[in-house]
Design a protein around this ligand. Structure first.
Ligand code: NAI
Length: 250
């Protein structure tokens, strides 16, 4: 028996990058995984590959910004796997985000960005908490970022929102036996990071970190699985930095 044997879990943004690593690691520990993403081509491929390697995974297309879409993926998970034990809110606009200032970013883009990167986690949580409550317990991990504590404009604003959302929801859901925590990764080597962060800036970032290297997707997995698992049974409302010592918080 592994920590996640027969547990049913939705991982959003699991078509690639860090979310994909979470989905693969959870399946390797026996979870029944819904690979939920906007990108059906990559998402289908991840679910198929997990299945081909002996795991249990299905793809479901979702737009986390859309409450109906979030509800549909929750209903699908209950129909497919009999309930929902865990959720990872990892989806975000990141790799191809517009680089602009809070004071000049086009308003429509800003609203769409926040709808995905902040409200997406709430939408998904609103869709899953009743099925979790029905099971008597559940746990959720939100994907924050050290960007919440460093200047990064509306991207950082959304992540600071994710941190507060995590704390507020921990109080609202604790009574139903549902825990919710967040991981704040530091700069992590993914295709998205390579496409948005210039190499020179990466060097500068790394030079200021305690551990002088970028994170890898595998560096994130241990913390995510710990927070989701019963090992963290009395841990809720926390934000865990996994960042090579980039940010020190009081
Ligand atoms: P990524 O861009 O590879 O993955 C994001 C995934 O979310 C993609 O598969 C994308 O299709 C999906 N997605 C985007 N909008 C969506 C929507 N509306 N509905 C459903 N799915 C949607 O990014 P990466 O690097 O794997 O990052 C994953 C998460 O980790 C994000 O939340 C990001 O903000 C966060 N993060 C990443 C860091 C890094 O250095 N890579 C550092 C700190 C946090």
């Amino acid at each position: 028996m592994s920590r996640f044997t027969d547990r049913s879990i939705i991982v959003t943004g699991a078509a690639r990058g860090i979310g994909e690593a979470y989905a693969r690691a959870l399946a390797a520990e026996g979870a029944k995984v819904v690979v939920a993403d906007l990108n059906s081509e990559l998402g289908e491929a991840v679910a198929k590959d997990i299945t081909a390697n002996g795991g249990t995974a299905v793809f479901a297309q979702v737009d986390v910004a859309d409450p109906e879409s979030a509800k549909a993926v929750a209903d699908f998970t209950v129909a497919e796997f009999g309930g929902i034990d865990h959720l990872v809110n990892n989806a975000a606009i990141y790799g191809d985000m517009k680089l602009d200032l809070l004071v000049t970013v086009p308003w429509d883009y800003y609203k769409k960005f926040m709808a995905v990167n902040l409200d997406g986690a709430l939408n998904m949580t609103r869709a899953v908490w009743r099925p979790m409550k029905k099971r008597g317990s559940g746990s959720i991990v939100n994907q924050s970022s050290t960007a919440a504590w460093t200047y990064s404009g509306f991207y950082g604003l959304a992540k600071a929102g994710i941190n507060s959302l995590t704390q507020q929801l921990a109080r609202e859901l604790g009574n139903d036996g549902i825990r919710i925590n967040a991981i704040a990764p530091g700069p992590t080597d993914t295709e998205a990071t390579r496409s948005i962060v210039p190499g020179q800036f990466v060097e500068q970032l790394v030079s200021q970190m305690a551990l002088k290297r970028l994170g890898t997707v595998d560096d994130m997995v241990g913390a995510c699985l710990y927070l989701l698992s019963d090992d963290a049974a009395w841990v809720t409302g926390q934000i865990l930095n996994v960042d090579g010592g980039q940010v020190f918080r009081a």
